[in-house]
Design a protein around this ligand. Structure first.
Ligand code: NAD
Length: 313
C-alpha cells in the first residue's frame, strides 16, 4: 500500500473518508488552529478542507510534501491559488456536488418571500393569527431573471419552468443558443432588469461581478422586484439593497451570503422584508456526501498522477 498521508482539517463525510482510507493514511483534525496546521502540514501529501481552513502561502511553504489541496465543495476563496501554483501544488474542488442543494434553497427562498412563510411562522409562534394580512402572490406566470446561467442558474431555471414562470437569463460567457438549450430566453442585463418580477444571482465573485447589483441596477428594475442571492457575498451592494428596500423599489430580498460572514449586527438582515440564512446553500446531507465522494476521488487521482476533472490551479 502507498504511504500517502492525507490531512482533513474541516471534517469530511464518512463515505469520502472510507474511500481515502483504502489508499492512504487519513488524519482527521477538525478545527485545528492555523499555527498548529503550520507545524504538522509538512508530513502530508494532501490536505482536504472546506471553507474554514485558510490555505495561505505560509501553509503551502510549510507543506514540503504537499501535492494537492482538495476543497470539498465549490468556493476556493480560502485557498491562495497563486501561491499553490508557485509551490507546484494542485488545487481541486467538487463543483457539481452542491448544485441541486443551492438551486433548491433558491427556490425555497423565492417561495418563502412571495408567501411570507418566515413571517407567517413567526406570527403563529407569537400566538397570532394573521390570515388576512398574509396575502402573498404566486410564482405562476411571473418572470424570473437569472444572472449567471451556469450549473446552479440553469438548475433554478428548470425548476422555474416547472412552476410555469417565464425565465430570462443573462450570461455573457454563454451564447444565446446555449442559454436557450438550457431552457431560458437569453437577455441583456438591462432586459433582465426591465422584465423580471424576481431576480436571482448565480455568478462567481469577480472584479466584474463585485457590487454588480448596486443602486444603478436597482433603479433600472421593476418597482416591487424581489431579489435572491445564494451566490457570493459582495455581488450585491448591501447598503444599496437596504436603501432600495426602504424606498419600496425592492419589495423583498432573500440572502444566503454576505459581504462579511457572519454579518454581525446588520440592518439588512434584520429588515422585515429580508429572509436571511447563514450560507447554508450547500448544507444538505446529499450535497455533502456527493462532495465528499467527488473530492476523495479527485485527490486520489491527483496523488496517482491520473487526469483531473476539476483542477482549479
Ligand atoms: P458556474 O461556473 O457553473 O456558473 C456561473 C456562471 O456565471 C457561468 O455560466 C458564468 O459564465 C457566469 N458569469 C460569470 N461572470 C458573469 C457576469 N459578469 N455576469 C453574468 N454571468 C456571469 O457556477 P455555479 O456552480 O453555478 O455557482 C454559481 C455561484 O454559486 C458561485 O458564486 C458559487 O460560489 C456559488 N455557490 C454558493 C453556494 C452557497 O452555499 N450558497 C454553494 C455553491 C456555490
Amino acid at each position: 500500500m502507498t504511504a500517502w498521508k492525507i490531512l482533513l482539517t474541516d471534517g469530511l463525510e464518512e463515505n469520502g473518508v472510507s474511500v481515502l482510507r483504502q489508499s492512504a493514511q487519513v488524519d482527521d483534525r477538525p478545527g485545528i488552529s492555523a499555527d498548529e496546521l503550520l507545524t504538522i502540514i509538512g508530513d502530508y501529501d494532501a490536505l482536504i478542507v472546506r471553507g474554514r481552513t485558510k490555505v495561505t502561502q505560509a501553509v503551502l511553504d510549510a507543506g514540503k510534501n504537499l501535492k494537492v489541496v482538495g476543497r470539498s465543495g465549490v468556493g476556493v476563496d480560502n485557498i491562495d491559488l497563486k501561491a499553490a501554483k508557485g509551490c507546484g501544488v494542485a488545487v481541486v474542488n467538487a463543483p457539481v456536488a452542491t448544485t441541486l442543494a443551492v438551486a433548491e434553497l433558491t427556490f425555497g427562498m423565492m417561495l418563502g418571500m412571495v408567501r411570507e412563510i418566515p413571517r407567517a411562522d413567526a406570527s403563529m409562534k407569537a400566538g397570532k393569527w394573521l390570515k388576512k394580512e398574509l396575502e402573498g402572490s404566486e410564482l405562476y406566470g411571473k418572470t424570473l431573471g437569472i444572472i449567471g446561467y451556469g450549473r446552479i442558474g440553469a438548475a433554478v431555471g428548470r425548476r422555474a419552468a416547472a412552476f410555469d414562470m417565464k425565465v430570462v437569463a443573462y450570461d455573457p460567457l454563454l451564447s444565446a443558443d446555449q442559454i436557450r438549450e438550457r431552457g431560458a430566453d437569453p437577455a441583456s442585463l438591462d432586459e433582465v432588469y426591465q422584465q423580471a418580477d424576481l431576480i436571482t444571482v448565480h455568478v462567481p465573485l469577480t472584479d466584474q461581478t463585485r457590487g454588480m447589483l448596486g443602486s444603478e441596477a436597482f433603479g433600472k428594475m421593476k418597482k416591487g422586484v424581489r431579489i435572491v442571492c445564494a451566490a457570493r457575498g459582495g455581488v450585491i451592494d448591501e447598503s444599496a439593497l437596504l436603501a432600495a428596500l426602504e424606498s419600496g423599489q425592492v419589495a423583498g430580498a432573500a440572502l444566503d451570503v454576505f459581504a462579511t460572514e457572519p454579518p454581525g449586527d446588520s440592518a439588512l438582515v434584520k429588515h422585515a422584508r429580508v429572509i436571511a440564512t447563514p450560507h447554508v446553500g450547500a448544507q444538505t446531507v446529499e450535497a455533502q456526501q456527493r462532495a465528499a465522494a467527488d473530492i476523495s476521488a479527485e485527490v486520489l487521482a491527483a496523488l496517482r498522477g491520473d487526469p483531473l476533472r476539476w483542477k482549479v490551479a
